[in-house]
Write a protein that binds this ligand. Structure first.
Ligand SMILES: Nc1ncnc2c1ncn2[C@@H]1O[C@H](COP(=O)(O)OP(=O)(O)OP(=O)(O)O)[C@@H](O)[C@H]1O
Ligand SMILES: [Mg+2]
Length: 283
């Protein structure tokens, strides 16, 4: 469960988590019942200002590389091994599902990939830069510029409106344009132009999930990491969020890494990486 008193929570709530050891366990959230109100063409038109800078990225450099990642944690007098040597490489523009049984280490791996948590050993390269050896200040910059994160429990700031929640990461670092205009553009993209002024408790679960997706995309990150983005949604909303992910990927070239138990999400991915007991399963 997120610790509301933790100093990292405000930025964590904005999807820009500034410190590695912030608590990151995901709590269940309510199920949404609304529907995405958008068409695919509309999204393509609206996304013009959000084009990822993939053309400027070195085509030979993977978006993300994990090299022999291990994670162990103390439990009483012992240490338990959660990740036991994960090596993977994800290309720019790939949509990759991370699948595997409950407790296999998917969320732990995502937290490490996002720089939210430190590995016990191993390295994470984002756009070729080793985030495991960065100062907190530099890491915060990389997160803000390159990584968007969507949590299962949304983690919106309850006192802010939908529009203000999307604006928050735009006030960190330098980003082109006015935050309010960009937030409106992103919320239109996810079909929420009519809910700009609503606070999270005035939004359905599906609408909150879409605000969280809009916030994760606000800074035009090269990688969006999602932990069970459809896990708390009904079938209709789950399908809509998945459709949105596919269209965003096609329109922006953003790389998506998605932990999921949802077979529809796994089927929509370019490939699925299966984690079993802290290791990548080969079959
Ligand atoms: N702070 C902690 N201390 C001890 N063990 C932990 C801690 N956090 C996670 N674990 C253990 O690490 C293992 C992996 O947890 P993780 O949350 O990464 O699994 P997961 O694959 O995301 O599971 P799920 O599909 O249920 O979300 C679990 O066995 C969990 O109990
Ligand atoms: Mg998990």
């Amino acid at each position: 469960m997120w610790n509301a008193a933790h100093p990292c929570i405000l930025e964590a709530s904005a999807g820009q988590i500034p410190c590695r050891d912030a608590p990151h366990e995901i709590s269940p959230a309510e199920t949404g019942t609304d529907q995405l109100r958008k068409g695919g063409n509309q999204m393509d038109e609206q996304i013009t200002g959000t084009q990822a800078s993939t053309s400027t990225r070195d085509a030979g450099t993977p978006a993300l590389e994990a090299i022999d990642i291990t994670k162990s944690l103390p439990l009483g007098r012992e240490r338990i091994a959660i990740l036991k040597g994960i090596t993977l490489r994800i290309a720019h523009g790939e949509l990759v599902a991370i699948v595997g049984p409950s407790g296999s280490g998917k969320s732990t791996l995502l937290g490490i990939i996002a720089g939210l948590d430190s590995p016990t050993a191993g390295r994470i390269l984002v756009d070729g830069a080793d985030i495991t050896r960065m100062s907190e200040a530099k890491l915060a910059q990389v997160r803000n510029a390159s990584i968007g994160m969507v949590f299962q429990a949304f983690n919106l700031i309850p006192t802010l409106t939908a529009q203000e929640n999307v604006e928050v990461p735009l006030y960190v670092g330098r980003h082109p344009g006015r935050p309010s205009a960009r937030a409106k553009e992103l919320l239109a993209l996810v079909g929420l132009s009519h809910r700009l002024k609503n606070r999270p408790n005035q939004l359905s679960g599906g609408e909150q999930q879409r605000v969280a997706v809009a916030r994760a995309l606000a800074t035009n990150p090269s990688i969006v990491i999602m932990d069970e983005p459809t896990g708390n949604l009904d079938k209709t909303n789950g399908d809509n969020v998945l459709q949105m992910i596919r269209e965003l990927r096609a329109a922006t070239g953003t790389t998506f890494v998605i932990a999921t138990h949802d077979p529809d999400v796994a089927a929509a991915a370019d490939r699925a990486i299966r984690i079993v007991d802290g290791l990548i399963a080969t079959t």
